[in-house]
Design a protein around this ligand. Sequence first.
Ligand SMILES: C[S@@+](CC[C@H](N)C(=O)[O-])C[C@H]1O[C@@H](n2cnc3c(N)ncnc32)[C@H](O)[C@@H]1O
Length: 282
Amino acid sequence: MVGNLPFDEVHHADDDVTAQGPEPYAARLRRQYSDADNLNARLELHRRFSTNPYGWTRWVFDQISLAPEARVLDLGCGTGLLWKANAGRVGASCHLMLADRSFGMLREARGNLGNLTSRASLAQADAQALPFVDSAFDAVIANHMLYHVEDRDCAISEIRRVLRPAGIFYAATNGAAHLRELDQIVGRFMGVPSVLDQNAQRFGLETGEAQLRRHFGKVELRRYKDSLLVTEAQPLLDYAASSMRSVTKEALEGMRAFIEEQLRDEGGIRISKDAGAFISRR
Ligand SMILES: C[S@@+](CC[C@H](N)C(=O)[O-])C[C@H]1O[C@@H](n2cnc3c(N)ncnc32)[C@H](O)[C@@H]1O
């Protein structure tokens, strides 16, 4: 939050400040995920410059055990990349339920399902009030989404409710060190608090376990080792412009000059990644 706001309402701690005044977190979240463009810009940075050749989507799928006839809920499915990247590994009798609050995301996910289409359904749903009966799924996946949910305790209890007693809940997220160097650059030119820090505080690798333990008896954390080595300025600017913060043209120009100087001096910018997945059972 920036001081001396031109309005005298009480603002949410996560409000961002735009030229028109503060934009509440919930409105920013809706705008951020109204379609897949912002998320795709960020995924592109990881796709092009990650140093671990194994690949996050393959690794995260490796952690998920799916019986051949499993019923699976992917909550906050986004663009459905998990299924696009691992389509050949999904059992022929599995049934997928892809759910997201954003209709635009579901539209993109549907286009990414390919030959899984006949084994999948899509639902526009909020994690805090899931439109599914008790014990409907053998597995629930909620990757990189719980930090966006306002009432996480309610969402995690909903997830437990829709899981069969022997079902498993998979929740990937980031840790406090994730993209730290990039976040510092963005913060320096935009002068607003770090979005990534806020995410890690809400539901991150350091803060997620205690929240899950309120609903699940066994919680295990597995981490994925990776980093970025970025050799071009534009993908970093695209990432910054796609973030939850409001970005001015001046800020982007300042960032470009700073990044290009670093690239000239060092040849590349190394950025930490810190991601992993919680695996929870009753
Ligand atoms: C960072 S994206 C993650 C997408 C995907 N799971 C992945 O790992 O690539 C977060 C997704 O969560 C969705 N989302 C945010 N809040 C939600 C809520 N309360 N209920 C359901 N989906 C939500 C957003 O619309 C967005 O598609």
